[in-house]
Ligand binder design. Sequence first.
Ligand code: ATP
Length: 477
Amino acid sequence: MQAQLPEQEHQLQAGRWNRKVRVLLIEDEVVFARAVAKCLQQAGYDCEHATTLESGRELVRRMVPSVVLLDMRLPDGNGLDLLSELVARGISVVAMTAYGEVTDAVHAMKSGATDYLKKPIDLDEMLLTVQKAQQAAQLKHHLDYSRQRNAHAIERVELLGDSEEIKEIRAQIERVAQIAARSDAVPPTVLIQGETGTGKDVAARLLHLSCTNSNRPFVHVDCASLPAELIESELFGHEKGAFTSAHGSRSGLIEAAEDGSLFLDEVGELSLPLQAKLLNVLERRVVRRLGSTKEYSVAAQFIAATNRDLYKMVQEGRFRSDLFYRLNVLTMKMPPLREREDDILLLAQHFVAQTERRYGLEASPFSDATIDMIRFYEWPGNVRELKHQISRAVLLCRGEQITPQDLALPGVEMQAARALLMSEQSELMVTTLETAEKTLIENALRQSNNNVSEAARQLGITRMAMRYRIDRYGIKL
Ligand SMILES: Nc1ncnc2c1ncn2[C@@H]1O[C@H](COP(=O)(O)OP(=O)(O)OP(=O)(O)O)[C@@H](O)[C@H]1O
């Protein structure tokens, strides 16, 4: 799916895909620091070193480490001063305390340190502690990621529309929520089908909020945009050593969904071997990390979405039939926007108001010609395209009304230009039935030298009907 991810989510995803874990060492004993840094680098970490609180603060901003090894006694202050800042940024901190300074360790743990090491430090113990701290940071990221998505979802979930089709989708979601509320069992798996931009993501979020407690995670997995070589470990997690770059073990997105919802977007893009693994998760409700024999139970609701014809893919041997039938228990079909005439204008007006609110702009209504244009256009990119085009038009609009020029729709310009030539009107407008009729009448009159009876015969209408239209369109003879 192409929807814009909020910036922080991009960062989280980039972070997850970057295999080298960044560790920052803040320590003023240079010889000891070099030994620790070398050991960490040899173990595959990306390690940098600072000797003061101030230079440490600067490096934190630059490298965004997952773990900080922080000495408590530094030349320009106490490590505790920096510790809470780091914890607030979601960084795991391992405090390093001098032998016998128990109170330092206690204070550090109270201020949110993940762990502590007593000097002199055993390098093997240090590696193990860093690994545990990195896992803690990763888990926090997963939780933040889920919570953030969830918060984002709560903010925005509005499946608008007055059409019968959208009312039916809302009713279906309500029915699934009722089933979920009646039993303690996990809500049934739902497959959402529909062209791109029809609102599958919105429906999935609404389903999540209706079926589960809103504090539970909503984990969105975009099967189309996760790199093929990473998708398996992203979904299932892995143990240390499961593959060359697996320096530590970590949970996958299925586990991160906990007892919330796992939204498998573009599920048709999964490879056949991964489809088999997913089927196993759906049927047995357990997940096994790569390189592990241990199974974790899965409590999440599964929601899948696709813009592909999965049935056709099954017939072509590109999608497993057993997975298709497993997913196809409850299916929702998001109708294309062009088939929801009742919704087009309602959504367009909603997006105008939304953009005006967001940018503090004065309200500008659509001109009549713009309304015709919005209704006339096919909207191949569905609601997403409508939303983008309307926001753009609102931002470009200079006058009191949003005109067809503001809403420059692809392909419609030609029609609009033709309408302009034919009607010789000053404002660009779409060929509506009325303008087409007027143009036909004017042409017929021109060809018959303004002979009304002859023109009426050419057009196959009565003389009276012709007269009526000449008056109606104000055509001068
Ligand atoms: N009924 C609706 N009411 C309000 N906003 C909607 C509705 N349908 C879609 N949208 C908005 O349109 C945009 C596209 O919707 P969404 O991402 O849910 O589509 P999608 O079907 O999941 O697309 P894709 O297949 O490309 O992933 C989003 O910004 C969404 O908020």
